[in-house]
Ligand binder design. Sequence first.
Ligand code: GAP
Length: 456
Amino acid sequence: MVESNQMDAFVAWAKRRGVIWPSSEIYGGLSNSYDYGPIGVEMKNRLRAHWWRSMVHERNDIVGLDSPIILNPKVWEAAGHTENFTDPLVEDLVTHKRYRADHLDDPTKSPDGNPVSEPRNFNLMFKTMIGAVEDEAAAAYLRPETCQGIFINFKNIMDTGRQKIPFGVAQVGKSFRNEITPGNFTFRTREFEQMEMEFFVREEEADKWFDYWVEARLQWYIDLGVDKKDLRLVKHPKKALAHYSKATTDIEYQYPWGWGELEGIANRGSYDLTQHQKFSGKDMAVFDEETKEKFTPWVIEPAAGLDRALLVVLLNAWQSYGQGRGNVASARSSSETRSQPSAISSHPNPNSDQAEVVLGVVSQLAAYDVAVLPLIKKPELLKMSQKLVASLREAGKHVFYDESGSIGRRYRRMDEIGTPVCYTVDFESTEGTTKGTVTARDRDTMKQERIKIDNL
Ligand code: GAP
């Protein structure tokens, strides 16, 4: 995992390896805005798909939805965001820098030690205009959360599917918040992707389902390899609850800069459906066939951030070995021996040029499933390698093919982006009793074994 003094090395690695880099860089950048490079986008796509599979495809009781970023502005009035989606903003009276009052150690002083103004509520929603006329009537908002698209479609989903309470609706997509103090790499940005699921239940079963989803979501991160000791559950005190929430528990992660929110699980009561019923005049209640009664369901909401979840996966999986992975040097083939193979690094120096990074990410989130590497550019080896690539792709694998550079360097490049296994097509692959085999080299143990291509 990334230690507090390794954050710069981690950010540099993310850029160097095409994972994440500052956005709009050729124009001087845009603060707190990031692009996902070729490796980052693959990992992000996989994490999103993994969430969708575990929430929707692997269950009978959750369906999906995709609603727009710009909704009728009435949605935000009904949801309470026009009035309540605010953060307390204060201004340093000397430097005029702005801060979130609830993020200051001393609410009367800025981090520079200067006095600050009285807090005022700052609405976090981004305003935009629909159409060519710039007047208030055309004002609209970029959604600050994906879940409202689900609530306003509750009736449509009930009417078109075969759902019965309890059931859930999942949505993934971009959300926007004009954060006063974004920062800590991709932890808090103004544009981000959310993965939210609204689970509709009976009031009397709300506590049971709340506990269920807190546990299920915590386990989801543990199953993704996130170290249990770096995760904890934190209950929001009553006075800190969001305007819609009856209870909220955060899953927190121990980031290099301290504990912070990773995902929130909220009991939203019947707040949203009741509000939309009031503002739209449409009946949001459901009819219970057994009791012949109408009732408005309550909602349990696990709300995750895709960018933040990926950041946690990366921080957790990233390992830097100061002078190379000396402690497992004996397992390394001679082709991987570095200039100081016996240097056992008990104090890794992440800033050393020789620091070796390994992204020990679970295989289902790695950008590539496998790399195919011909040992040298000899026609038989290239031909065999390309055939292997084609058959692996046919089997649905995402394959990286690389035929140039030293084999040790090629292995290290794959370690750095987390490719779990490399298949090397070498001289033994094409000759004698070992014909039709490759060397399979494991990212974590660096062990190499000869395997028949037919058995891969
Ligand atoms: N619908 C409820 C809701 O949006 P939230 O706690 O405000 O709840 C849910 O947001 C998750 O979205 C957070 O736990 C976090 O992972 C992610 N998130 C929120 N604001 C973010 C930001 N500015 N940048 C990155 N991720 C953010």
